[in-house]
Design a protein around this ligand. Structure first.
Ligand code: ARE
Ligand code: CA
Length: 586
């Protein structure tokens, strides 16, 4: 046994409450090294030995490791446990004191108490969410009367400059709600809408004012109300890492210098404050002078921003927040933010913008989930660029899943692209078959699929600002087949519960032919999804065990059925760049 590779700690992704009286436990070991992994557990105040036994299942693997996982109940919420690991040379105990042949010598891991206050509660609706991201200036112009000066004519063929305006607004979103409903999405995420001089509005002048180019507070309320009537929720963008140059407090510092009561709201190096040759204050990224960084540890700043969050959550009855540059703001601030927002609306969703490992923010006390850029990286490498094989793809997905507590997964924003990245179809080099297969994956994987406006009709675009072209509304220019593909997959996700709420297990990994597959099941039914990410037709032998004796399987995409009675494996032919969604037929 490779003891060096074995790892567990009674915290974070390795041990977290699955509910008020349940603990999810994970153990990592060298890939292929353990035959089995059992967990002996009991009450911490109980007798000598932990009397209950659970066999942990292999939840996934990457190139180096296997992860074993299981959920143990605890009537008293006070847990003590020790692992029994079996490998080629026999069994060993693994506990708080390390490895031992003798159980008591290994010691027991302690999970002292499953505290009510530490439970990771993510709104249940998130599991059924399909998100649509809107960059308001570019979605639809519903009111030409509010267009900013110098607004360019609407054209999906336009090449936006960093400072272009196209006149999109909240009225435009309201008018397009029927389109969004027909597409099947049920969550909108809007990039910032508060007063700001830019088209993206990440440099806030006034957090309490909807930018007049987009509408006003009434338009926002109307949008939320009408969206709700259609079963669509609305999330806004909280830009609290930095304010804009025009923010009243920063303006005061510019005018009064050191004497300004707001001097400590920012990180000013010396006075007077200047923007050239370089800003002498901290900003977003490297010297973006229009975005002075806010000191969120300052009690007044904190109070100010928390009031803003509470105000809009309450006033506009929004359904949550996406948090800009979330990983550069202190954890204490986000904990307070969560408490405030959830107090007003316990069903609000909080999604951080973090492009990398977001473990520290996903423990239940800060965010519900994050924009899942690690998911995007993997999908991009496998489907769009064809840079990695099915084995590496599976490894990347597993690693990402194992970084976080279970609760976060079903609420992830699984994106193929955003207003900050090149568009997915462009990354695919325009090869639609690749995009279609990636979308099949996105719509069947655990977590909320997030569609960046326009991707569904085949829009292209390079990095910011080119990825922000005005929405292509002319039907004759839209890719209607791609749109139909999106609609069909969203409808299937709604129809097949396991795709939204089911557990995930890898089903097929064939790096030589570049085939991939997984199953999802929710305790009642099972769905198997297959992908042929290659230019050749392939025949696969599908393992039927997950379907537990189903007589017939049907592919929800092609409608094809196949007889499975009495078999443990079944041949299935996958055309180039095609997939299948297999479900048992009653
Ligand atoms: C403008 C220009 C850009 C230029 C940039 C730099 O348009 O072409 O590169 O300035 O000066 C907003 C606007 C942008 C604008 C920016 C600055 O939307 O158009 O860019 O303000 O004025 C990192 C952060 C992440 C951040 C991205 C952009 O971690 O938080 O960079 N994303 C949010 C929003 C943006 C927004 C801001 C932050 C600022 O979503 O839209 O920009 O409020 C790697 C790194 C990541 C990095 C990522 C992208 O993967 O690991 O940390 O994200 O690349 O660069
Ligand atoms: Ca307008």
């Amino acid at each position: 046994m490779w003891k060096e590779a074995v790892f567990h700690r009674p915290e974070g992704p390795y041990a977290h409450p699955a509910g008020p009286r349940e603990l999810r436990v994970r153990l990592r070991a060298k890939r292929g090294d353990l035959f089995s992994c059992h967990l002996f557990h009991g009450d911490r105040y109980g007798g000598e030995e932990e009397g209950d036994i659970l066999r942990l299942e292999k939840a996934g693997s990457d190139e180096l490791f296997d992860w074993f996982e299981g959920v143990i109940p605890s009537a008293t919420r006070r847990l003590r446990y020790v692992f029994y690991l079996e490998g080629e040379e026999g069994g060993l105990w693994y506990g708080e004191k390390g490895f031992a042949a003798d159980r008591r010598e290994a010691g027991a891991f302690q999970y002292p108490y499953i505290c009510e206050g530490d439970l990771y509660r993510v709104p249940d609706w998130a599991k059924d969410g399909v998100v649509y991201q809107i960059f308001p200036d570019r979605f639809f112009n519903g009111d030409e009367g509010n267009d900013p000066e110098g607004t360019d004519p609407w054209s999906a063929a336009a090449r936006p400059r960093p400072d272009s305006f196209y006149g999109g607004d909240l009225r435009g979103i309201i008018e397009k709600l029927p389109y969004l409903e027909a597409l099947g999405v049920n969550v909108l995420y809007l990039t910032p809408i508060f007063l700001s001089p830019s088209n993206h509005k990440y440099d806030t002048t006034d957090y309490y004012r909807v930018d007049p180019a987009f509408g006003d507070a009434e338009t926002l309320k109307e949008l939320v109300r009408l969206a709700h009537q259609r079963g669509i929720r609305v999330l806004l963008d909280a830009v609290f890492n930095h304010a804009g140059y025009g923010f009243f407090a920063f303006q005061d510092v510019l005018q009064r210098g050191e004497d300004s009561p707001y001097a400590d709201w920012f990180f000013i190096e010396d006075f007077p404050v200047v923007t050239t040759p370089r800003p002498n204050y901290e900003t977003f990224a490297n010297g973006v002078w229009t975005m002075p960084k806010l000191n969120t540890a300052h009690p007044e700043v904190r109070a100010y921003l928390l009031d803003v969050a509470e105000y809009w959550t309450r006033e506009a009855e929004i359904d949550g927040w996406r948090l800009d540059v979330a990983n550069e703001v202190d954890h204490r601030f986000w904990r307070a933010f969560r408490d405030r927002v959830k107090e007003v609306n316990p069903e609000a969703l909080i999604v951080g913008e973090i492009w990398h490992d977001a473990g520290p923010w996903l423990q239940g006390d800060q965010f519900d989930s994050v924009m899942n850029y690690l998911f995007r990286d993997a999908v991009l490498d496998f489907f769009a660029a064809g840079r990695i094989g099915a084995d590496r793809f599976d490894a990347l997905l597993t690693r990402t899943r194992m970084l976080y507590p279970e609760q976060a997964h079903f609420a992830m924003f699984n994106l193929l692209g955003s207003h900050d990245t090149e568009r997915f179809l462009t990354t695919c080099g325009g090869r639609l078959e690749r995009m279609r297969l990636a979308v099949l994956f996105q719509m069947t994987y655990p977590g909320m699929p997030m569609i960046y406006y326009g991707d569904e009709v085949g829009m292209c675009g390079g990095p910011d600002p080119d990825c922000r072209r005005p929405m292509m509304w002319e039907e004759e220019r839209q890719n209607r087949e791609l749109l139909a593909h999106y609609r069909k997959l969203i409808a299937l996700r709604k129809e097949l519960r396991p795709l939204r709420r089911g557990d995930f297990r890898t089903w097929l990994v064939d790096p030589l032919r570049n085939l991939y597959g997984f199953v999802r099941w929710d305790g009642e039914s099972c769905v198997g999804v297959l992908f042929n990410n290659s230019p050749h037709e392939h025949r696969v032998e599908v393992d039927l065990h997950p379907f537990g004796g189903a007589e017939k399987l049907r592919d929800a995409l092609s409608g094809k059925t196949i007889d499975a009675a009495g078999r443990s494996r079944m041949p299935w032919t996958l055309p180039p760049y095609q997939g299948a969604i297999l479900t048992p037929v009653e």
